[in-house]
Design a protein around this ligand. Structure first.
Ligand code: ZN
Length: 289
């Protein structure tokens, strides 16, 4: 799919699973279980889907999945635990393999926009090389909101299990992390970021293109089931604010005839949106192969 000057591609980095109740907050299981059936431990399937934007000048990634720090001393923390707790499974796809399908290597990536530093979004930002933690993308500039980094460095009790310093400290040490303060229009050509605060402090979402734009919705609209306004995650710090932020995004995208990109949906990459009364729904499923 062409968006602005870019060819937009979905990059699968691996699948995982999270508790269905936590993913849908106050929504009863009888409703969400129809679209997102759970396993015997009440976990639902999720994807860790990055977005790749290709132009002559730029090869941009938005978010990078859980990563691959499975070796040596990080294995216990990020390997076994991830496999058991989150069913983290890279048997079908890894970030490296998915990039290869588009004839790209890790070194070719010029920019990495991190929506926020939760492990399922930023884990792939660093990797282990000769026992040392280093940035995964050697030639890339990384971008995150300064306020989100500060939250990650001093996480509250609720988010402590989602922010790990191994995922961002090596970026700071290697001076590749650019800290943004607030919305930035055209951070890169026709790529703008805007800040949301409902899910966590200073999660930046990414809007690409001017006509029929595509919005990378991160954890504000993680799956297509979350397009419905009351379907809000139990993880969110401020559910009412998430609903407000979602409403604004969906209102905009429906009127601009654009697309929303779902980072965690196990079944679809993106969708067109239609307004239904005071709520919203998916009108057309879109795959970005
Ligand atoms: Zn998150």
């Amino acid at each position: 799919m062409k968006v602005g000057p870019y060819e937009a591609k979905s990059i699968l980095t691996g699948s995982f699973a999270l508790d269905g109740g936590a993913m849908f907050g106050t929504v009863p299981k009888v409703l969400w279980n129809k679209t997102n059936p759970s396993d015997e431990l009440n976990r639902i399937d999720m994807e860790a889907r990055a977005l790749l934007l290709i132009s002559d000048k730029h090869k941009i990634l938005v978010d990078v999945g859980l990563g691959d720090k499975l070796s040596e001393k990080y294995g216990e923390k990020f390997g076994q635990k991830f496999k058991e707790m989150y069913k983290w499974d890279q048997s079908k796809n890894t970030l490296t393999n998915s990039l290869k399908k588009h004839s790209l290597m890790l070194e070719d990536i010029t920019d990495v926009i991190l929506t926020h530093l939760h492990f399922d979004h930023a884990g792939g930002a660093t990797t282990v090389e000769n026992g040392e933690l280093v940035p995964t993308f050697k030639n890339a500039k990384y971008y995150v909101q300064k306020k989100n980094l500060e939250t990650a460095q001093n996480p509250n009790l609720r988010e402590k299990a989602s922010y790990f310093k191994e995922n961002f400290e090596p970026l700071l040490e290697n001076k590749v992390l650019n800290l943004l303060e607030g919305d930035v229009k055209n951070l890169l050509p026709q790529v703008s970021v805007f800040v949301t605060n409902g899910h966590t402090q200073a999660q930046q979402l990414v809007k690409i293109g001017e006509q029929n734009p595509l919005i990378y919705c991160g954890d504000i609209i993680p799956t297509s089931t979350h397009v419905r306004l009351p379907f809000v995650m139990g993880y969110d710090l401020d559910p009412l604010l998430v609903i407000k932020e979602k409403q604004q995004i969906l209102e905009g995208i429906a009127s601009e005839n654009g697309f929303v990109f779902f980072e965690h949906d196990p079944y679809m990459d993106a969708a067109k949106i239609v307004k239904v009364g005071s709520d919203f729904n998916v009108s057309e499923k879109v795959m970005l192969n």
